[in-house]
Design a protein around this ligand. Structure first.
Ligand code: CAA
Length: 381
């Protein structure tokens, strides 16, 4: 067992860390306040090879492993969890889906642009009545000649406004349950495809989230990914990888909370002493540091299994569940250590608390992760 990172992994981490400090940290509070998408920074991340990290170079990506991806995403999220959203969605959902299930023609047409960051993609599964119950879709795609006609509404779509292409899960065979779901690539500007308003969210406010509307939207049959009816399994298998991304984002938020708490605790004096000298504060720091290290090991273990092409569904669910709980707890404790100042926007730690919350919800709630974990454990008995 080797717990050391390779030189390449460390270089990726360092590059992401420097970029985040120089390009993301300066405007993060303002973007959060104004709900402003970090468009310039995402463009730069694309140019640096961070938007198609696990896509082989022959398709325009950087050919890095999943551990490198996790290290980079943690660094980005540590400075700006909102910027980590488009990076995570584009890498571990969109590019992963297209690379694994797309034809060479589809990769030529779309993957190259997505992996280089020229294009941004969205992954559109959820609907108003289909959140955790992801196969309960109403969006419908009917085949007519060499086209599909899509009707329906999708919601909570990250990158929904900024993306150039959305991978949309729709029912092509009514009554067939999850076996009747198909995934279609819908490009921006397609007839009958519109996006809703930018959602006003509690956290990750710099990322864009919206509804997608399909009103007799037509897409060519050649935009179907894999076979009719394969959609749900594709969604589930892609989300396994996506959950490593969200775990990494959660790690970044948690690490930022820990570092802020340590700096503040060493500076702040009460009762004539630095508050870091008090047992109550030491206990919090020790708990945060231990939990973050455990969550990181679990996340990199899941990433390593994926890199070794071994089953990793249970481990990615564990990583996402645990890292997101740790992020919420660490951010809350950080605010507690800051006390009244932590509650004020000026110190930036209340943002960590708001940003952490979504990691327990999107790409499968903590409850769904526990369901996935428990099912896989119980199957074996
Ligand atoms: N890989 C491949 N196939 C899988 C799989 C996986 N990890 N997990 C399940 N499947 C297959 C099963 O084998 C089964 O196939 P068969 O019937 O042929 O055997 C099929 O999928 C259905 O599986 P289940 O019976 O387990 O399905 P279920 O209806 O009970 O649902 C669930 C399971 C785990 C609850 C699932 O619905 C789920 O993950 N829900 C959460 C959805 C989610 O994460 N949504 C987030 C969307 S993206 C987002 O957040 C926004 C964004 O923009 C990023």
């Amino acid at each position: 067992m080797d717990f050391n990172y390779s030189e390449e992994q460390l270089l990726v981490q360092k590059t992401a860390r420097e970029f985040a400090a120089e390009q993301l940290a300066p405007g993060v509070a303002e973007r959060d306040e104004k709900m402003e998408f970090p468009a310039e920074q995402i463009k730069m991340l694309g140019e640096m090879g961070f938007m198609g990290m696990m896509v082989p170079e022959e398709w325009g990506g950087s050919g890095f492993d999943t551990v490198s991806y996790s290290l980079a995403l943690e660094e980005i999220a540590k400075m700006d969890a909102s910027a980590a959203v488009p990076v995570s969605v584009n890498n571990s959902l969109v590019c992963a889906l297209l690379y694994k299930y797309g034809t060479d023609d589809q990769k030529e047409k779309y993957l190259r642009k997505l992996a280089t960051g020229e294009w941004l993609g969205a992954f559109s599964l959820s609907e108003p009545q289909a959140g955790s119950d992801a196969s309960n879709l109403l969006t419908h795609a009917e085949k007519s000649g060499d086209q599909y006609i899509i009707n329906g509404t999708k919601n909570w779509v990250s990158n929904g406004i900024t993306s150039n292409i959305a991978f949309v899960f729709a029912v092509t065979e009514k009554g067939a349950g999850h076996h009747g779901i198909t995934v279609l690539a819908v490009t921006k500007g397609s007839d009958g495809f519109t996006t809703g308003k930018k959602e006003n969210k509690l956290g990750i406010r710099g990322s864009d989230t919206c509804e997608l509307y399909f009103d007799d939207c037509t897409v060519p049959v050649k935009n179907r990914i894999a076979k009719e009816g394969d959609g749900f399994k594709i969604a589930m298998s892609v989300l396994d990888g996506g959950r490593i991304g969200i775990a990494s984002q959660a790690l970044g938020i948690a690490q930022a909370a820990l570092e802020s708490a340590i700096t503040y605790a060493n500076e702040r004096k009460q009762f004539g002493k630095q508050i870091s000298s008090f047992g109550a504060v030491k206990e919090k720091i020790a708990k945060m540091a231990t939990e973050i290290t455990s969550a990181r090991l679990l996340t990199h273990y899941a990433a390593n299994l994926k890199d070794e092409e071994k089953p990793f569904s249970k481990e990615s669910a564990m990583a996402k569940y645990y890292a997101s709980e740790v992020a919420m707890s660490a951010a809350t404790e950080c605010v507690q250590i800051f006390g009244g100042y932590g509650y004020m926007k000026d110190y930036g730690v209340e943002r960590l608390m708001r940003d952490a919350k979504i990691t327990q919800i999107y790409e499968g709630t903590s409850e769904i992760q526990k369901l996935v974990i428990a099912r896989s454990m119980l199957e074996k008995t």
